[in-house]
Write a protein that binds this ligand. Structure first.
Ligand SMILES: [Zn+2]
Length: 347
């Protein structure tokens, strides 16, 4: 799943040329996770003013073009929910603006180039190692494991699960991704076709932060879990985002404009959890706990675990494999600053 390419209720029915600017955004008046109505506004800035203007400019500078007229009069507003602890953008892009974001502001050429750069041997080993650890817990022959990759992007994760032998289903927006998914042996579903299905693993990698209706969609996905089934939620790490926003210290530099979170750790990384126009929801562990309880699930892990491949072709290969193993064991032993949750439906 790609950060810039999540499943969302996008339709092509709106005509942005004829639509008044006000309709570019849709207001979320209540908490989109728990429905609470007494949420507090903790940040507000016009899209025409800094730091939001610079943040948006830097995010799309190398990905596509920004039509600023579409953002005229728009306010970037962030609320905090006192009940489930969600931090969310209250003005979210409507269908026409979503289409603009994911076709022009992020061009398909830029997206393809970015995705291609991530199809590396190292990433394949990381992903297959994570799936291997998850599949081990399932006590089923691998061909009988049904996986849903919700919002598969360019199929970085789905293609590995398929290659390992699982039965893989996926959702995504756009004909080109459907064609790609089918060519990879993935069973592509329309969003509504997910309901009524049953899966052993529901996989969401950098998806839930993009959802316009996260509470509703989380409940839909939880319902598809088989008894004992797992639901993986990987989202940007929120850290101290709430205090950053309350202090009015939102970063003016997008994570995508840099080498990523590792390049500007700390406050900037936390700021990225609520990227204007795209990262609409920022979850804390408390929010995920609320979602788990509300949907009858239990949180079974908050660290990514994976098996490690060790090359035996040379001493050097083995040494670097052992080093990777050490890194993974360290990560498993301490709770890292990542937004990773594995939830389970009781048997
Ligand atoms: Zn809430």
């Amino acid at each position: 799943m790609n950060l810039r390419d999540a499943t969302r209720p996008l339709t092509a029915s709106s005509n942005k040329k004829d639509a008044p600017l006000a309709s570019m955004f849709v207001a979320r008046h209540t908490c989109p996770v728990c429905g609470a109505a007494d949420c507090e506004q903790i940040y507000r800035c016009s899209y025409q003013d800094d730091p939001v203007k610079s943040l948006v400019s830097s995010n799309y500078a190398e990905q596509g073009v920004v039509d600023w007229s579409l953002l005229a009069d728009a306010e970037f507003e962030v609320h905090h929910c006192p009940r489930c602890d969600l931090i969310y953008q209250s003005n979210v892009p409507g269908d026409a603006l979503l289409e603009e974001i994911y076709t022009r502001m992020i061009s398909s050429e830029a997206l393809e180039q970015y995705e291609r750069s991530l199809l590396t041997l190292d990433n394949f080993q990381r992903i297959s190692g994570e799936f291997a650890t998850i599949f081990h817990h399932m006590n089923k022959p691998i061909h009988a494991i049904r996986v849903l990759d919700y919002g598969m992007g360019m199929g970085r994760w789905a293609r590995v699960a398929r290659g390992m032998g699982a039965e893989v289903y996926a959702t995504e927006i756009g004909d080109d991704k459907y064609t790609l998914g089918r060519a990879l042996g993935i069973k592509m579903l329309e969003d509504e076709e997910v309901d009524g299905n049953t899966f052993d693993l529901v996989h969401t990698e950098q998806v839930c932060e993009h959802l316009v209706h996260p509470g509703r969609d989380f409940a839909r996905l939880a319902k598809t879990l088989a008894p004992g089934g797992l639901f993986k939620v990987a989202v940007p790490y929120r850290g101290n985002l709430e205090s950053i926003l309350r202090a009015g210290k939102l970063s003016d530099r997008a994570l995508f404009a840099t080498a990523g979170a590792r390049d500007i750790p700390g406050d900037a990384e936390a700021s990225g959890a609520i990227q204007p126009l795209e990262h609409l929801n920022a979850y804390s562990a408390k929010t995920i706990d609320w979602l788990a309880r509300d949907n009858g699930l239990e949180i079974v892990a908050q660290v990514r675990r994976r098996s490690v491949a060790i090359d035996t072709d040379s001493i050097k290969g083995m040494a670097s494999g052992v080093k990777r193993l050490g890194v993974e064991l360290t990560k498993a032993a301490i709770r890292l600053r990542i937004g990773y949750y594995l939830l389970r439906k009781p048997r």
